[in-house]
Design a protein around this ligand. Structure first.
Ligand code: ADP
Length: 339
């Protein structure tokens, strides 16, 4: 089944076209709080002002997941999650990376201007080598070149991402510069757009929240799961006794309260004066997260029960991008002496 998508409203005569933004997100299973606060909130906001293109990067996922069924399921889960959290297919484009295979062709072309040393020094490459020492595949090394291709194939100038992506984005800029220097001005240098929460720490309170570290709060999961995850959070490690004053500035639970209620200063005050204990503060946060995401959770369940609707959005998204991808490839072929 496919759904009919209303076309984007045409810009008024003489109006400047909306600037284009692009962002990719891995199909890493259910969406977590770090994804939402660090990136997806921006995706939703920016779709109203920009020509927004959002991509579920399944090619990237293959660098660490080799189970075909899992890749397929997680891709659909991520799409349903993004739609449930507010992406509106009438206002933005949502598609799956492998549905536009030009991304990988452009990656190859960009790889020919990218020194290997730039890739080897990427922090995420070094990290991933540690996480999966038995599977240091070539894709892990080349990941940032594919990421650069994802962005520039649509000539996007802005990229809403979390701060964990800063090094990758810097590398994309360097790759663009290397290409433009060799073949003439072709691509804009992409710039990051951060949210107010560019890095969300995980339930351990130390490392960035990440599916691969198992320290997530799964905002579209069952309320019981969310509650358990929030109650397991590490708070201010120096607050040992219930009567000890807390330090909201260093407590991850208190920091997250900033995003779930206007009264967070009162919550912080309760901690500082030991009027409230860490357990109370966590219970309140769990309640608020569960309540805040209740409508999204409901919509997510509906979409997962109706996968045809999700697949239709993704198909229409990839089809709509075909002319733009073809135009960029034609320009690049001509500049590089191909065809
Ligand atoms: P990756 O696994 O390549 O880091 P993801 O697909 O997990 O990327 O992340 C999708 C988006 O969510 C990216 O823009 C990323 O920066 C953002 N993000 C992920 N985790 C966090 C976090 N803990 N804090 C802030 N932003 C995050």
């Amino acid at each position: 089944m496919t759904v009919e998508l209303a076309p984007l409203p045409a810009p008024a005569a003489g109006a400047a076209p909306r600037p284009r933004i692009f962002s990719g997100i891995q199909p890493s299973g259910i969406v977590h709080l770090g994804n939402d606060l660090g990136a997806i909130r921006n995706y939703v906001m920016l779709q109203y002002e920009y020509e927004a293109i959002y991509c579920i990067v399944d090619y990237h996922a293959l660098t660490s997941t080799h189970d075909p069924e899992l890749v397929r399921t997680r891709t659909r889960e991520m799409a349903a999650g993004l739609l449930a959290l507010g992406l509106d297919p009438e206002r933005c484009t949502l598609f799956v990376q492998s549905h536009r295979p030009e991304h990988t062709e452009l990656m190859w072309l960009l790889a020919t201007v990218t020194p290997v040393s730039w890739l080897e020094r990427t922090p995420t490459y070094k990290e991933k080598k540690q996480y999966q020492p038995d599977d240091i595949n070539h894709g892990l090394l080349t990941y940032p070149v594919l990421q650069a291709a994802d962005i520039v194939i649509y000539k996007a100038g802005l990229v809403p991402v979390g701060k964990d992506q800063a090094a990758h984005l810097e590398l994309s800029r360097e790759i663009v510069r290397a290409f433009n220097n060799r073949y003439g001005d072709t691509f804009p240098e992409p710039e990051a757009v951060y949210t107010e929460a560019p890095v969300v720490l995980g339930t351990d309170g130390v490392k960035k929240m990440s599916k691969s570290l198992g320290n997530t709060i799964d905002i579209l999961g069952e309320p019981d799961t969310i509650r358990k995850q929030v109650m397991s959070m590490v708070t201010d490690t120096k607050r040992i006794l219930r009567t000890d004053p807390g330090r909201p500035e260093v407590c991850n639970v208190c920091q997250l309260h900033r995003f779930f209620g206007d009264d967070y200063e009162d919550v912080w005050d309760g901690e500082r004066t030991a009027r409230t204990g860490c357990v109370d503060t966590k219970k309140l946060l769990a309640d608020r997260i569960i309540r805040h995401y209740a409508p999204a959770r409901e919509r997510y369940a509906e979409l997962m029960a109706n996968p045809g609707e999700v697949d239709g959005v993704l198909e229409a998204g990839a089809d709509g991008l075909a002319p733009m991808a073809a135009a960029t490839m034609a320009e690049v072929h001509a500049k590089m002496g191909l065809r």
